[in-house]
Design a protein around this ligand. Structure first.
Ligand code: MEV
Length: 443
């Protein structure tokens, strides 16, 4: 083996070239107290089927094992009249239970309604042009036509599926930075998330722009004045948005298990949403609750949760201040609660067609189109937010949260099945804390 196994040696060259077991051994021997136990434990999470493990390993580099996360389901979502059981991958206790509760609550009040507000995705070619500014603007229609033509070999398939390049705009940033421009390109990518498609087209655009400038008679002598800085999609997709909403007469809201009447409850709920529209400190936590639901479905369906998070938070700040992503009105005795959520997701290509459990999630959802998946994800975010705010304005979240967390504490304290059962009964009307559970077990 070409690695050092002494405890002093904690860096290595050629780690990626070691076999999987070689990597595991080197790490175990240099970073862990009990190397053999560590190797055994991490190996125990390898997939029993080598072929399946190879697929998982292919998603990343330097893999030494798998990292299990709970795969849960929230049933009883009725979306535009259609029932769904929603797959959720999340490690936080009570998130799936809360989504399920909200789904059931709204199921008997007409369910969730959705509208796709747009599906446009954006990519950018950032470049510097120190040549003649007016000439660049004048030539732009010609440049645009040539860029689209030269990208045809990449776009033909997408064009056939009804997508492709929608437009290219020249954006002039020279008032902010000398010589700075951008090609802002819009795309329709149908059922794929489209990152690879968009980035390939953009890189072709970058090359075509360079060759246009180099060969056009009026710019050929200024070819050195162009620098293509980078070609990359934008994860900010404010025109790839879905609206999810619920509404009902206030009288149908019920008491939600509180001592408030429906009208007082509606007003308290509305106020909670207003607070998140006004105060960024609350808005951040409020939106985190929304992403508890959104990320869980995005992850379960093999989509890119970092892209969804980045876009969602940028969208929450689009008016110049970070605000709640959800909104509420009470008008003519009707309570309405909704979210407009940018969601650039796909149901074909990438991890969606490779990850075995992501494929199962999509099957559970009836192999949806990307638009249908946008709807399911936004609805889950809204349901999660509804459940969180409902708890916050009535019982507070800790009672429910800690009841769910009780089992985690019991596992941490290595409680037996019998102890778990009696602890759950014992704490059904008591405050859960780590020390209270430890004392209970000792007693
Ligand atoms: C906890 O993961 C999420 C909440 O804090 C969200 C919220 O406060 O709205 C409960």
């Amino acid at each position: 083996m070409d690695y050092n196994t002494t405890n002093e040696q904690k860096t290595i060259s050629g780690f990626s070239k070691l076999s999987k077991i070689g990597k595991l051994k080197w790490l175990a021997e240099n970073f862990f107290k009990d190397p053999q136990a560590t190797i055994d434990e991490l190996r125990s999470y390898w997939h029993s089927d080598d072929q399946q493990q190879k697929i998982l390993d292919g998603f990343s580099e330097n893999t030494i094992s798998n990292f299990p996360m709970p795969f849960g389901v929230a049933p009883n979502f009725v979306i535009d009249g259609k029932p769904y059981a929603v797959p959720m991958v999340i490690e936080e206790s009570s998130v799936v239970a809360a989504a399920s509760m909200a789904a059931k609550y709204w199921m008997s009040r007409g369910g969730f309604k959705t509208t796709i507000l747009g599906t446009v995705k954006i990519g950018q070619v950032h470049f510097k042009w120190y040549g003649d500014k007016n000439l660049l603007h004048k030539l732009f229609p010609q440049i645009k036509a040539e860029l689209i033509q030269e990208a045809k070999s990449i776009t033909t398939n997408m064009d056939k599926r009804g997508g492709g390049i929608l437009d290219i705009e020249l954006v002039d940033f020279t008032d902010k930075e000398e010589g700075l421009y951008q090609l802002r390109c819009s795309f329709e990518t149908c059922d794929s998330m489209g990152a690879n498609f968009i980035n390939s087209v953009l890189e072709q655009f970058g090359q075509s722009l360079q060759s246009f400038i180099a060969k056009h008679p009026s710019t050929a002598d200024q070819a050195n004045e162009l620098m293509v800085v980078m070609c990359i999609l934008s994860n900010f997709t404010p025109d790839c948005v879905v609206r999810a909403e619920v509404s009902c007469p206030i009288s149908e809201l019920g008491t939600m298990g509180s001592d408030l009447d429906a009208e007082a409850l509606a007003y308290k709920f509305w106020t909670a949403i207003r607070i998140a529209e006004i105060d960024p400190y609350r808005a951040t936590t409020h939106n985190k609750g929304i992403f508890n639901g959104i990320d869980a479905v995005v992850l379960a369906t093999g989509n890119d949760f970092r892209a969804i998070e980045a876009c969602g938070h940028a969208y929450a700040a689009k008016d110049g201040q970070y605000k709640s992503l959800s909104h509420c009105t009470i008008e003519n005795n009707v309570f309405r609660f909704w979210i407009d959520m940018p969601l650039a997701v796909g149901t074909v290509g990438g991890l969606t067609s490779l990850h075995p459990i992501a494929k199962k999630s999509l099957e559970l959802l009836g192999n949806p189109t990307a638009e249908e998946l946008m709807k399911v994800i936004a609805v889950t975010g809204l349901a999660q937010n509804f459940a969180a705010v409902r708890s916050l304005i009535t019982t507070g979240i800790q009672s429910g949260h800690m009841k769910m967390h009780l089992v985690n504490i019991l596992h941490q304290l290595k409680a037996t099945d019998g102890q778990i059962k009696s602890a759950v009964t014992h704490f059904s009307d008591k405050v859960v804390s780590f020390s209270a559970v430890r004392d209970f077990l000792k007693a």
